[in-house]
Every structure is written in C-alpha cells, then in structure tokens.
Design a binder for this molecule. Structure first.
Ligand code: MIC
Ligand code: SF4
Length: 644
C-alpha cells in the first residue's frame, strides 16, 4: 500500500515509535521558529537546558508580535532575543522584517523538512511542502537543543481538491469551507493533506493561507505537495536549489477523504466569535462595518495586497470605515512600494501599519463600542481585538476590500470582473533586517543581555500522591488560550515575567479568578471539550501553575495545550464519562488519592467530589514519556534529569 506525503516525511524523520495512529512518535526536527511573544520563554528554557549552541539545522528567532515599545520592557525583550540568537546560533529576524510565518515561507522553508515553531500557525509552511507543527516554547527549546519532538501519531485526513476557484473566490474561502464542515474541533489528532487535480491551480501563497488556518481546525499540521508551482515560487525567491518534488503515492491510504470541488465554492464569512461560524457572504451582506483590517499571517502576501490595491485603485474607502493594511514582510512591503500598489492603498484612504501581527492579537486598532469589524485574519475569539464586546467577522482580502468601499459587508461578486494578479518572476531578498549568527568561537564572546522585567522560568513540582483542591472555575466547550491567558497591548509586555502575567489569568472570563486562586491556595480547573484551543502560548499553563493550579479536568483537550500542561507539570485529566462534568460546580472540593501510582500504572484515577459525595473515574491516557515528565514535575526537570 502506498504512503501519504505525511507518512513519507514522518518516516524519514522518525527516531522513536511507529506510524500507528494514536501512539507516540518522536521525530527529528530540522528547522525551528520562535517569535518574541513566546520566544523569550523558549530561549530562557533553552538556556535552562544548558546547551552551548543550537543543534537543529536552522533556527530563526523572530520579533513580530509586540512592537509597541510602550516602555523599556518590550525593547529589553527584543535585545534579549537578539543577543541569545547571536550567542546560541540562531538567525535573528529584527522588528520590521515581518510576520514569522510569512518570512519563514519566503526565505527559510524547504520542502520535505520538518519545522517546529512556538506559534500555532507554524503549519503555514505546509504550503511549501514542509511538515510544520506548532508547539509550546519548551518543546521548541528541546528541539533547538537537538532533542526529538514527541506527539501522538496523527491520522491523515486527505482533502481531494478538484476544479478551480471561480472569480472572487479565494483560498480563504476554501479553508472557511472546511471550518464550516469540520468545526474548530474537526482537525484534532489529524494532519490534513491536500491532493487531487485542484492542487495545481493554487499558488504557494494560496496554499499557505489554507495550511495556516488548519490551526483553527485544531489540526496537528496541514500540507500540500511540492510541485511545479512550488518550484516556480522557489525560483522566484532565488532558492531553486531548495526545491524537490514531493507527493503522496497514487494509492496512498488516507484515514478519511473529503472532497472539495473548488468551482462550487462562493465567498464565505466567519461570524463572531469563532472561526467556524461560517456562512455564505450573502447571509451577512448589508451589515454595516466600521473597521476593515487586512493582513495577519494568513493573508498578507504580495498576492493578497496587490489584489486589494487593484480593487481600491482610484476609489475611496467609505467615510465611516477605518481600514488598516499590514504587509506581511519587508519583502512584501518593498514590492508594493515599488510597483505602486502601496500608493494606491494610501490614496484610497488605507492606514498602513508596519509588518507585524498588530491588530490580529489586539496590539492596537481595537474597534469602537458596538460596531462590527471585518478582518482578513484567522481568529475572531471574543475580546481578542482588545474590545471586550467586539464583533469580528473573518473573510478573504477581497471580501474585506469590498466592505471597505461600501461600508457594509458586501458580496465581492457585485464588483464585476475581479483584478488579475500575476505571480512575480523575482522576489527581492532584503537582508537589512536579518542578522545571521557569528561562528561558535565569536559567539562565545556575545553577552546575553537581560532586562529587569525578564524573570526566570518557574518550574513545576514533582507530581503529588494526594491532590486536594477546590474547583477554581468551571468553563464551557471550546475555551481558547486567549480566554485563559489573554494577549493584547496591556498584557504582552509581561510575557517574560510569569509572576506579573499570572495576574491576568482568565481576566476576561472571571476577573476574580486570580484573587480566588490566591485565597484558596491554588486548585483545579474544570472545562468542557476542546479545552485550550487556539494559540500555542505556554503562558496559559505556566501562569496557572504559578497560581497553584495542579489539575485541569475536562471533557477533551486541544493538542498543544495538553502538551503544555504536561510540560509544565500540571496534570491534564479527562472524564471517562463526559456527563460527569454536569455535577461539578465552582467551589466544590475535589480529592485525588494515589495519583503517582495511578499515573505510573495507567490505572484510573478516582476524583472524589467531597462536597457532593460523588466520584468520577478518569483513566490517565499518557505515553510512558508523558508519565515520566509528570512524575518529574515537567519537561524541564525531566530533560535536566536525563542530561546530567
Ligand atoms: C496567536 O495568534 O494567538 C499568537 C499570538 O500568534 C499565538 C502565540 C502567542 O500567544 O504568542 C499562537 O498562535 O500560538
Ligand atoms: Fe501573529 Fe496573528 Fe499570525 Fe498569531 S495569528 S502569528 S498573532 S498574525
């Protein structure tokens, strides 16, 4: 039987385990990516591992999330990251060079390689045939140190693409269609592999858009074959030598196949406040919007921006709309400056932002009270924009541009013939904001500079045998890490300081959470299904651990957050019976006995609800390695034990 492309790349990188879905595999990581918001922790963790130099083939450290520099803390983080990159052998992408995923695609992604990134949208590089996975910073730190990346072997979901996109229908609509069909839980435990005759009709930028938002499906990764389109892109990027053809075998066996006929799709919109609340644009057309934001790692390519600029050329955006445009990288920025598209955007009334994440994670441009915002972004979780009661719609750049012109959500097909954008034959490769590391001899003399806001990584305690605590909070399904540990302009400067950032845990869900956690001396969090979806930020585990959270008990977890909890030394438990969730309430006292032994033996842990006199069985489903990490008190302690 033939192999899927995913299986081929995993086989080539497999060091531990076998390709049996659900069982743990350990794979070699070729390339790593960190960004500033998760990167300071990742690099502090790398330092804590005491490894003299990065051992992965290539490590790139980006600054793209927090660029506000509203005080010294942010600038100190940037300096710490620049000096750690030089000291330990990573390429440093300076502030202004662009959003990590866009730059990684343009400059550093190589088909057939594995990439691990401390950001959930790392699978963006799947558009170029990379097996790219997002994870917590500590997993990336271990990979930078030459360690394997461990995960449960996913099943491979094949998406067979046929036909070609109709005018005004875009790659964003393809992934929104999958979100409509599969929901934000639909990709959990899966890698999504695209194949079929429709693949050849999509450019690398379009493929990256589709792979990027596989993160919103909860997928471990998403990947496209490497073909002539890939080759053309790499030639234009001046990297032809990086190309190699890669595809699944014709008789590859996918666990499941979904058919998407590209020609049958229309423009789609995700309604507030979940990326899977997808409807055809017609259903929301006419809704007034006060803000239009174009950009973010999913839709800030040259192709995206030039299309919008062509649409806006010679026109004015609606007088009640504020429109922002973020070029994804310095490469994109310089190209639109050179070909005149930037001038067209400015003349139409767009506000041009620097190449960074910006409004996507609430770093400025929070919308006004009670108004709708439409964005070409990938996430619209409640409050993420910086406005607590926001109403953020997600759509393609074309649909966003149509709304900017008319002041309301509009079917872009009303605008007649769409602009045609041809693929560049040559992209510039600006190096002015990239710093390549010195050789190891010179690197040894580089001083790592830490600002006063950069605090050591807190470490977990070895797992206790008896755990008793009160339910600090009970939350519903699909709780995101933005709910647990919000981002935004006020909180992001604290990413290097767990004691300080811990003050904001669950701030938007329950402002009293932190005070309660302190008063009750820590406790237990109870959640529904898909708990911890969304971002990879390990702060959503580290900060609760710092507040004394010992157990998170839910119906099901998202992949990255579950790993982050284990890495931090918090026990992630799943109810054997989902209905048990119903009888629990905030404030109940829970008692777990013989925890160490049960985890060691994989025997059910009985969670006794002392307040209600009922018990719940939770069978720990951990790999041997995960058990050992938990028993040691987290991945840092576990790794140190093994390297001493
Ligand atoms: C996001 O899109 O939520 C982020 C901000 O990029 C996060 C990383 C972070 O929290 O720093 C992600 O996607 O992993
Ligand atoms: Fe940045 Fe937004 Fe992409 Fe996250 S989703 S990496 S915040 S642009």
């Amino acid at each position: 039987m033939g192999k899927t492309l995913t299986e081929k790349i995993i086989t080539e990188h497999l060091v531990d385990g076998a390709l049996a879905p659900g069982t743990e595999i350990g794979i070699r990581i070729d390339h790593t990516l960190t960004q500033d918001a998760t990167g300071t922790m990742a690099w502090l963790e790398f330092e804590a591992l005491d490894i003299p130099r990065v051992r992965s083939e290539r490590a790139v450290s980006y600054v793209d999330h927090n660029m506000l520099q509203s005080d010294f803390r942010n600038a100190d983080d940037h300096r710490y990251l620049q000096t750690t990159a030089a000291r330990y052998g990573a390429i440093f992408s300076r502030p202004g060079n662009g959003i990590c995923h866009q730059v990684q695609l343009e400059r550093f992604s190589v088909p057939g390689k594995t990439l691990l990134g401390s950001d959930s949208h790392t699978p963006n590089a799947g558009g170029l045939g990379v097996l790219a996975i997002g994870s917590g910073g500590l997993d990336v730190a271990v990979a930078m140190g030459g360690g394997l990346f461990y995960t449960a072997m996913p099943t491979v979901l094949g998406v067979r693409l046929s036909g070609a996109l109709e005018p005004w229908v875009t790659a964003k609509d393809v992934i929104l269609e999958l979100l409509r069909r599969l929901t934000v839980k639909g990709g959990v435990g899966r890698i999504i592999e695209y194949f079929g005759p429709g693949v050849a009709t999509l450019t690398v930028d379009q493929r990256a858009t589709i792979c990027n938002m596989g993160a919103e499906l909860g997928a471990t990764s998403s990947i496209f074959p490497s073909d002539e389109q890939t080759r053309r892109y790499l030639i234009a990027q001046g990297r032809e030598a990086d190309w190699l053809p890669l595809t699944a075998d014709p008789d590859a066996a996918y666990a499941q196949v979904i058919d998407v006929d590209l020609s049958m799709l229309g423009p789609l919109v995700a309604r507030p406040s979940m990326p899977d609340r997808v409807v055809p644009v017609e259903e929301v057309a006419g809704l007034p919007v006060a803000q239009v934001c174009l950009g973010s790692c999913v839709n800030s390519s040259f192709e995206d921006l030039v299309t919008v600029a062509t649409l806006l050329k010679g026109k004015q955006i609606h007088p009640t709309v504020s429109m922002t445009v973020t070029p994804g990288s310095q490469q994109v920025y310089s190209m639109i400056a050179e070909n005149g598209a930037l001038g067209d955007l400015i003349a139409a009334g767009a506000r041009i932002l620097e190449s960074a994440c910006g409004p996507c994670l609430g770093m400025g441009q929070a919308p006004a009270t009670g108004v709708a915002s439409i964005r070409s972004f990938n996430r619209n979780f409640k409050g993420r924009s910086g406005t607590a009661d926001d109403a953020v719609y997600l759509a393609s750049p074309e649909t966003c541009a149509a709304a900017a012109l008319s002041g309301q959500i509009t079917d872009p097909r009303d605008f007649g013939t769409p602009p045609r954008v041809s693929q560049p034959v040559r992209y510039p490769s600006p190096n002015s904001l990239l710093v390549f590391p010195p050789d190891s001899e010179d690197a040894a003399h580089v001083d790592v500079i830490r600002g006063p806001n950069i605090k050591p990584v807190p470490t977990g305690e070895p797992l206790g045998d008896q755990i008793e605590g009160r339910v600090l909070l009970k939350v519903d399904d699909d709780i995101t890490t933005d709910h647990i540990m919000p981002a935004g302009a006020q909180i992001l400067p604290l990413r290097s300081n767990i004691p300080a950032i811990a003050e904001y845990v669950f701030r938007r869900v329950d402002p009293d959470f932190v005070e309660r956690a302190k008063r009750w001396g820590g406790g237990i969090i109870v959640g529904g299904s898909n708990y911890g979806q969304g971002s990879s930020r390990e702060h959503a585990a580290l900060a609760p651990m710092y507040l004394g959270v010992e157990v998170v008990l839910v119906k099901s977890f998202s992949r990255i957050h579950r790993s982050n909890l284990i890495n931090t030394g918090i026990l992630p438990l799943v109810f054997d019976e989902a209905a048990d969730y119903d009888s629990l309430a905030q404030g109940d006292t829970l008692r777990l006995r013989g925890v160490r032994e049960a985890v060691e033996a994989g025997r059910p842990i009985v969670v006794e609800n002392v307040s209600k006199s009922v018990s719940y069985a939770c069978t720990p489903r951990f790999s041997q390695r995960e058990r050992e990490i938990l028993l040691a008190g987290g991945l840092l302690a576990y790794t140190r034990e093994r390297t001493v």
